[in-house]
Design a protein around this ligand. Structure first.
Ligand SMILES: NC(=O)c1ccc[n+]([C@@H]2O[C@H](COP(=O)([O-])OP(=O)(O)OC[C@H]3O[C@@H](n4cnc5c(N)ncnc54)[C@H](O)[C@@H]3O)[C@@H](O)[C@H]2O)c1
Length: 360
């Protein structure tokens, strides 16, 4: 690995915790991490190669304190964000600030110091597919739904649909970073994750958090707590799921190959693991029956709820997210390996261990 000083913002979150596991295992790498919470990374706090700053990056003081760390880093990885769909509609200002205004100084400082910025964006910048606006919505032609980094248009719904606060903030941040590259030469990489699934994602309400987590933790919470698995708008939305190990492999390949990774945008997802949310719920209850040895889970209740009742007015879903991952294959030699049943079994076993077997 060429980068020996890595600055990770949002290192205490789900992806950050898995990334830390991997980079801190490499001898000689020094990591400086910033987050408001360390609950998922407490095991690393005593690591001699890790320096943790418990701080909320937003105020001018916090950004001033960050600047010397950017100046010293070989690479800056920004994962800090609010990225929970339940908040896009309920707290649109928080979402816009978190994904754009709070950390817009990070690319400014990276440009000043000419540092490589790896920024975590989202596949939601693509918005809805062209196919979804056409009569019949049949997805017959991949050109109308497959997501390509260099050519697919980014299609957001109207302003009144607050769901797009997150995606549009991420899109402006992508454009800001690209503009800094164009005008100053700052090297950058934009990562567009597509549903990374693995242990430690989010929290289970009533156990270690409150609110509505993303779909993996929502379904796990229903299974563990014996409540119905709730499908928004009948669970028709399609997603591709990639294992967190495969995803972190891609990040490690970026760190290993700066020449190929810089000034690129990468979809990081697994096109082979596509499911509707209804299929995902059905698969997960079957796998949970196997994990627990309790066949009753095969019939665990699944109920449909409207997006209006679940999220409130202003929700609109990305219909389908089918990534084209040729760029990651060509530039990084990356191919996701883990199939959906295997990654779900491993992830759900880890959740079961954490929340049931160990009483978390
Ligand atoms: N997990 C996925 O599948 C996925 C999908 C699309 C995009 N992403 C993007 O990847 C990044 C990481 O996602 P994640 O799943 O690990 O989310 P996460 O919520 O688990 O982690 C984000 C972390 O950032 C921290 N944070 C937020 N704002 C901060 C601030 N101003 N100062 C300091 N710390 C701050 C939070 O405390 C949290 O620990 C985000 O930018 C997200 O938008 C993730």
């Amino acid at each position: 690995m060429i980068a020996s000083r890595i600055l990770i913002l949002g290192c205490g979150g789900y992806i950050g915790s898995h990334l830390l596991d991997r980079v801190l295992a490499i001898p000689g790498v020094r990591v400086t991490g910033w987050d408001t919470s360390s609950a998922k990374i407490d095991n690393h706090l005593d690591h001699p190669g890790f320096e943790f700053h418990r701080a909320h990056l937003a105020s001018p003081e916090a950004i001033a304190a960050l600047e010397p760390h950017i100046a010293r880093a070989d690479v800056v990885m920004n994962l800090a964000a609010i990225c929970n769909p339940a908040e896009y509609v309920s707290h649109p200002l928080r979402v816009l600030h978190s994904n754009l205004f709070d950390t817009y100084q990070v690319p400014v400082l990276c440009a000043q110091h000419q540092k490589w910025l790896i920024h975590f964006s989202t596949s939601e910048v693509y918005g809805r597919t062209i196919a979804s606006y056409l009569p019949g919505n049949t997805y017959d032609d991949p050109d109308l739904y497959e997501l390509r980094e260099d050519s697919t248009p980014l299609i957001m719904g109207p302003i009144s649909n607050l769901r797009w606060t997150y995606a549009s903030a991420k899109q402006v941040m992508e454009r800001l970073i690209h503009a800094y590259h164009e005008e100053t030469g700052m090297p950058y990489t934009l990562v567009r994750p597509l549903n990374f699934f693995g242990p430690r994602m989010d929290y289970l309400p009533g156990h270690d958090g409150e609110g509505t987590p993303r779909v993996l933790a929502s379904f796990m919470s229903a299974l563990i707590d014996g409540t119905p698995m709730r499908l928004v708008d009948d669970g028709k939305a399609r997603r591709t799921i990639v294992s967190i190990e495969d995803a972190v492999d891609a990040l490690m390949l970026m760190l290993d190959n700066p020449t190929n990774a810089q000034n690129q945008i990468f979809n990081i997802g697994n096109p082979g693991n596509e499911v509707t949310m209804r299929e995902l719920a059905e698969l997960m209850r079957g796998i949970y029956a196997t994990i627990t040895g309790d066949d009753g889970y095969r019939d665990h209740p699944i109920e449909s709820v409207s997006s209006l009742d679940f999220y409130g007015p202003g929700y609109e879903d990305c219909d389908r997210r089918m990534p084209n991952i040729e760029n990651a294959k060509i530039q990084l030699g990356w191919t996701p390996r883990k199939n959906l049943p295997d990654l779900l079994r491993e992830t759900m076993t880890a959740f079961h261990q954490q929340y049931v077997a160990q009483g978390g």
